[in-house]
Design a protein around this ligand. Structure first.
Ligand SMILES: [Zn+2]
Length: 388
């Protein structure tokens, strides 16, 4: 019984196929319609339109589905403009010919959102403050594209960004001469799909008004200050600043180079003699006996080590990420250019060489050559400390 039924079934299929071929020769309406689906190569930017073109060898009823969109049309070809939806989705087209025969064609497409980016920066700063800016992912999103380039500017001036495991960092210092007021931080990002995002942030810079110190230095002390001496020192510092790489060399907090009496604070406005021009004190003065060891504030490479007319015994350490530390007026120098120093290494001894009236260390911390308050670096790990 079972065997007989199978045999009958096979015969029926053979008959149907034979009939189909015969009719097909005459009318070609027993073949399912043939479909061609054309889409641009992905991935697409989510929220932007993409064009779909479907054609068939005979007029059909097309039903195109993508996400929540359904397009129904009777034609030999179908053009549709679809809005890309984030994620991996299928464009499916079903076609039914007049014969009742159907065909389906489908293609998977991927659409990606622009990256959700967070920008962290301080809201309020004082002139001479060093500060860090962090740019990173605001959320993990498997359907977001990647940032391929990031540019950060402060009032139109580029800040160097370096890439770390948790995002991109910039470190900068507000110059002492900077006017108080609102500064504009602008972040411009380009993603892998060519999308551009611009984010703006305002930074309020506060002035730090202080009385002007009058420094009464003897003519013999001031005699070390000559245009040639200034030029020589400026050239040595510029070369040192230019050599600092973008990546930080440190990971631990910065150290106080010595325990000394803070005799003149950073940023103090001062005049050399009555009627002289006002200049700002670009470091902190730490008074200590001659010969007191001076410690490297953090890991670094020695960029300058030598005796100069105004700064006296001078060491400049390169800490990477645009950061340098400077040590003036030393009586002896214990390092040489190119040496790699570790945080806490003795680099030299306190003295009173150059433009100085007594043994002290003049210590500076600079970012891209711009002085910042060194005392604020003590115990900090800029820029690592900037994130909450
Ligand atoms: Zn000083």
């Amino acid at each position: 019984m079972r065997r007989g039924r199978v045999a009958w079934g096979v015969s029926a299929v053979v008959f149907a196929v034979a009939l189909g071929v015969g009719v097909g020769w005459a009318f070609r309406d027993t073949d399912p319609p043939q479909l061609w689906l054309e889409l641009p190569e992905g991935p697409y930017a989510a929220g932007t339109p993409f064009e779909v073109y479907v054609s068939a060898d005979v007029p059909v009823r097309f039903t195109l589905r993508y996400g929540d969109v359904v397009v129904d049309e009777v034609a030999a070809e179908l053009r549709a403009s679809l809005l890309a939806v984030a994620g991996r989705r299928v464009v499916q087209v079903d076609a039914e010919a007049a014969s009742g025969l159907t065909a389906t064609v489908a293609r998977e497409v991927v659409a990606l959102r622009p990256p959700a980016v967070a920008l962290e920066a301080p809201d309020v700063l004082e002139v001479g403050d060093a500060f860090a800016v962090w740019v990173g992912a605001a959320a993990t999103d498997p359907w977001s594209t990647e940032v391929v380039s990031a540019a950060l500017t402060l009032d139109g001036v580029p800040l160097r960004l370096h890439t770390a495991t948790d995002g991109r960092w910039a470190l900068a210092s507000v110059p002492l001469e900077a006017p108080a007021g609102v500064r504009r931080l602008e972040l411009r990002l380009v993603d892998a799909l060519g999308g551009v995002q611009v984010e703006e942030r305002e930074l309020i810079v506060r002035a730090n008004p202080r009385p002007i110190e009058l420094l009464q230095l003897s003519a013999s002390t001031l005699a070390v200050v000559t245009p040639e001496g200034r030029e020589l020192e400026a050239a040595a510092l510029d070369a040192a600043f230019a050599a600092v790489p973008n990546m930080p060399r440190w990971s631990e907090p910065f150290l106080l180079p010595l325990e000394g009496r803070d005799t003149s604070g950073f940023g103090a406005p001062r005049r050399y003699g009555v009627g002289g021009n006002v200049s700002y004190h670009q470091g902190a003065d730490l008074a200590a006996p001659t010969g007191t060891p001076i410690l490297a504030t953090n890991h670094g490479v020695v960029r300058v080590a030598g005796f100069y007319p105004i700064k006296g015994g001078l060491v400049v350490l390169d800490h990477g990420q645009g950061v340098t530390s400077l040590y003036f007026h030393q009586s002896a120098i214990d390092v040489a250019v190119g040496d790699v120093v570790v945080r806490g290494d003795v680099i030299g001894r306190v003295g009173s060489t150059g433009l100085s009236t007594g043994p002290h260390l003049h210590w500076e911390m600079r970012v891209d050559g711009v002085p910042s308050d060194p005392m604020r670096w003590v115990g900090e790990r800029y820029p690592l400390a900037a994130r909450p």
